[in-house]
Design a protein around this ligand. Structure first.
Ligand code: FE
Length: 335
């Protein structure tokens, strides 16, 4: 009897049409994307399944899984990883007026393989009691000997630094940036360690006077429920680098549809959902990132920081120069 019942249930399941779904490999922390996916499910009825992990692991996994991959979308927090995935043939072209209309062309792939969804800027934070704002200029100036022993920045293994250096290679050439990087390392207050939040804390307690960090870490600390984080964040100020030149370096969180996506339609629907006004506003309000849609109004802290000039370098170049950047940082002893 029990066996018959099992067979009947099995047959019923066989008959049911598959519920619409989309499967996402995400290098974003779950808390920074899951609420949006849940909202997408509520609004569209499409189930969005999330697997969270490291971008490089997912890239390897997609290569190994090939046609059998369950993933429809790969989502990362850096353009260089998206470029790498494209070069390995892991994405497919997506034709979407909605995406092309909202996302400026320098924040998406020329062949429509990946799309920027939110922006983050790599900014300078400084201790206002030890640094006169007028002394700060741009990234190149961080090599000036006036900053000797005063700069904190995390390790060169971090993709945010790799992409910043890649953007500088794209603008100034490898020779100039190698000299710049070697002088920058001489200006470090300590060997690189910790994440961006740790650099902010180090400035706050006087280990260094300036640091390079992504803007949303400072915003997150200012809004933190941990008193020691808000205390540290309030001790530093934000400076937008290079406002009279290329503009502050920006990177994206972004995504592409995998080459062997089994739910391609749903995957495109999800990407389009992530650039709707509602989702773009969420990136700004909750993650303290900037919308890729320039029409979106920034609230609270981002609003207070005002409008800044950002570098509109085509982000594909962050991928193209990633290897050069990594090797260069290694040569100059940026640990
Ligand atoms: Fe981050």
């Amino acid at each position: 009897m029990k066996k018959t019942l099992t067979i009947i249930i099995f047959l019923i399941f066989q008959q049911l049409p598959n519920a619409a779904e989309v499967n996402v490999y995400s290098a974003r922390k779950e808390t920074l994307i899951k609420p949006l996916l849940d909202q997408f499910t509520r609004d569209t009825g499409i189930e969005a399944n999330l697997v969270t992990g490291k971008a490089d692991t997912f890239i390897k996994r997609l290569e190994i899984e090939g046609k059998n991959t369950p993933a429809d979308i790969l989502l990362t927090v850096d353009a260089a990883r998206l470029v790498r995935a494209k070069e390995k043939g892991l994405f497919q072209e997506v034709i979407s007026d909605a995406l092309n209309k909202v996302i400026p062309n320098y924040f998406r792939d020329i062949d429509n393989h990946w799309f920027g969804l939110s922006l983050r800027s790599r900014v300078i934070v400084f201790a206002p009691d030890r640094v006169n704002k007028g002394e700060l200029i741009d990234y190149l100036d961080l090599a000036n000997s006036k900053w000797k022993g005063r700069i904190c920045v995390r390790s060169s293994s971090n993709i945010y630094n790799q992409s910043l250096v890649a953007s500088m290679i794209a603008h100034h050439g490898i020779n100039k940036i190698e000299i710049w990087a070697s002088r920058l390392v001489e200006n470090f207050a300590r060997p690189s360690k910790g994440g961006d939040r740790d650099q902010i804390k180090a400035v706050a307690i006087g280990v260094c006077d300036i640091a390079l960090v992504n803007n949303y870490y400072l915003a997150g600390m200012l809004e933190s429920s941990q008193e020691y984080e808000t205390y540290a964040a309030k001790k530093v100020k934000l400076f937008w680098p290079d406002q009279n030149g290329h503009g502050a370096h920006v990177n994206i969180s972004g995504a592409g549809v995998t080459k062997y996506a089994k739910n391609k339609e749903e995957a495109i629907q999800l990407l389009e959902y992530l650039v709707t006004d509602k989702a773009q506003q969420w990136y700004s309000d909750i993650n303290y990132e900037y919308a890729v849609n320039p029409e979106i109004k920034n609230t609270a802290i981002l609003g207070k920081w005002g409008v800044f000039k950002y570098d509109d370098l085509n982000l594909s170049l962050l991928g193209r120069y990633n290897r050069d950047a990594v090797l260069l940082m290694d040569r100059v002893g940026w640990k």
